[in-house]
Design a protein around this ligand. Structure first.
Ligand SMILES: [Zn+2]
Ligand SMILES: [Zn+2]
Length: 226
């Protein structure tokens, strides 16, 4: 409650470098690294040469596309950290804008958007779901609707950080479910703050597909590049 209040009352401060004035200052914006073409058409990873897919098709079966706005480094990494762990909710605006711009440049549209859900326990300790804040911003900017139901996490999963691709895939497989009406072929944008291998977004997409969705596009503000 208190952090919510200070978040609303304090003057804007840059999530990248703490400069007073805006939530993401000009200097930090200039230092954001955009992902370098060529990108894998399917998963959006930086690849050596343009190809329809980088070998990701076997593991990203339910996602039609996966896109991230920028690389997870520098000012964006700091800003996402402050959004998630320091409760700087207002950063959801400028971060969602980066993502909206990327999706619009690529002509990737959907009719509805959902956030990768947190497990209720984590949502309670954090007090909010950063991805849900991003979705709210994207809805306004991109004219997306809320689908008739809720994507839920059916079991807690240990954090993905520090594990390899296969471990991550097994960790989140079957961890999500759609609670609500059949999605009736709607195209859905599923949104997270950061993507690494795309395993979490893929597990969400599998749940949406099982509930009758059309194409599912995974979208993350930032991509971990190694
Ligand atoms: Zn800055
Ligand atoms: Zn790929």
């Amino acid at each position: 409650m208190l952090s919510r209040l200070t978040d609303l009352l304090l003057p804007p401060r840059c999530g990248g470098c703490l400069a007073i004035g805006t939530w993401l200052c000009e200097r930090c914006r200039g230092r954001i690294r955009r992902l370098q073409e060529p990108l894998c058409r399917r998963c959006g990873a930086e690849v050596e040469s343009a190809r329809p897919d980088c070998g990701c098709r076997v593991r990203l079966r339910s996602l039609t596309r996966l896109r991230s706005a920028v690389a997870y480094e520098g000012p964006v990494e700091h800003a996402i950290h402050r959004l998630k762990y320091k409760g700087w909710r207002r950063l959801a605006g400028p971060l969602a804008l980066l993502l909206a711009e990327r999706l619009m440049v690529e002509g990737l549209a959907a009719s509805a958007a959902v956030a990768v859900p947190l497990h209720p326990e984590r949502a309670r300790t954090r007090g909010f779901n950063q991805s849900a804040l991003l979705v709210r911003e994207l809805m306004v900017r991109m004219g997306l609707t809320e689908p008739p139901g809720r994507l839920v996490r059916t079991r807690p999963t240990p954090p993905q950080v520090g594990h390899d691709r296969l471990w991550r895939q097994n960790n989140v497989r079957g961890a999500f479910a759609w609670h609500g009406a059949d999605l009736g072929g709607r195209s859905i944008l599923v949104v997270d703050d950061v993507a690494t291998t795309g395993a979490t977004l893929e597990a969400c997409a599998a749940a949406l597909k099982a509930a009758g969705s059309g194409p599912v596009i995974g979208a993350a503000v930032a991509r971990v590049t190694v």
